[in-house]
Design a protein around this ligand. Sequence first.
Ligand code: SF4
Length: 348
Amino acid sequence: MTGDILQVKGLQVYYDTREGQVNAVNNVSFALEKDERFGLVGESGSGKTTMATALMRLIKAPGRIKGGQVLLDGKDLLKFSNEKMRQARSTEISMIPQGAMNSLNPVMRIRDQMIDTLRDHGVTSTKSEFRKRVDELLERVGLPAEVAGMYPHELSGGMKQRVAIATGICLNPKVIIADEPTSALDVVVQREVMTTLRLVQKELGASVIVIGHDMGLMAQFTERLGVMYAGKLVEVASVRDIFNKPLHPYTQLLTASLPSLESKQVFRGIPGRTPSLLNPPPGCGFHPRCPKAMEHCSRLVPALQKMATGQSVACHLYDETTDSTDSPGPSGNVELKIAGSSSAAPQH
Ligand code: SF4
């Protein structure tokens, strides 16, 4: 791997609802290396899809990107004009959205849909050249050329997902975001789709962010994982470290809840429920469910800090010193505004 292709810094995405402000992505930072396969995992509602959508700048009202930077090859996508961003989608950064296989136009042949995408991005070509390009793309994802002349209803779920991948890579993007690319597919097809994605990524030399909640599948496909909880990244580490020596109590519970072939064990779930992002718990968002919670966990927001092992974790268990005053501590802890309190500090 040779340097970062994408750097996300302090990304914040809010939804303004009638009930109040929902901080769906709350000050998230991470980097994606060139040629890397990075996975984002977490329970439903943890902010994974919102983050992917924000990276593409496709957040719609009442959502908005409140702040942060999304640096692709050093250029901040959040500063691009709308037209420049439209061009960057597919050519620089591309997304295979959740349920992409169901978003194909049912009354258009696959070929015409793919040519439309190419034309939308200013590609001009002769009819035969377009046909050739579509055939090549389909071949790349393991589909025969005949698929080009078919309608979506004539294809299986796995084939449609491959078409979605072919469309996603049609302009050779540097970064591909795949949001739950295997949801609604059976186990065998899931593996085939992930293998296709990996082959395509290698051929293009692209970097991939895969979003999912199937830890087993993610472990097979990705090299590094980011664990999200309640709109924040709580741990980032290699797949090996996430499974062998997870640091964050939430990651520990997530990995402990996976079935094992080696030993018979009673399934252990994670107690409690994911918090509402409308009214998240103060301090560490995981504290109401955390078996290792300490007194100050309900008051201080833990910052994501890099450990000597190379893992990054947001948890007070790893603070060298815990600052319980109102000012940010050495690890960036910030005292939360507590109802009725006079010390009002923003949540980071
Ligand atoms: Fe648990 Fe405290 Fe760590 Fe949060 S900061 S995960 S509550 S130990």
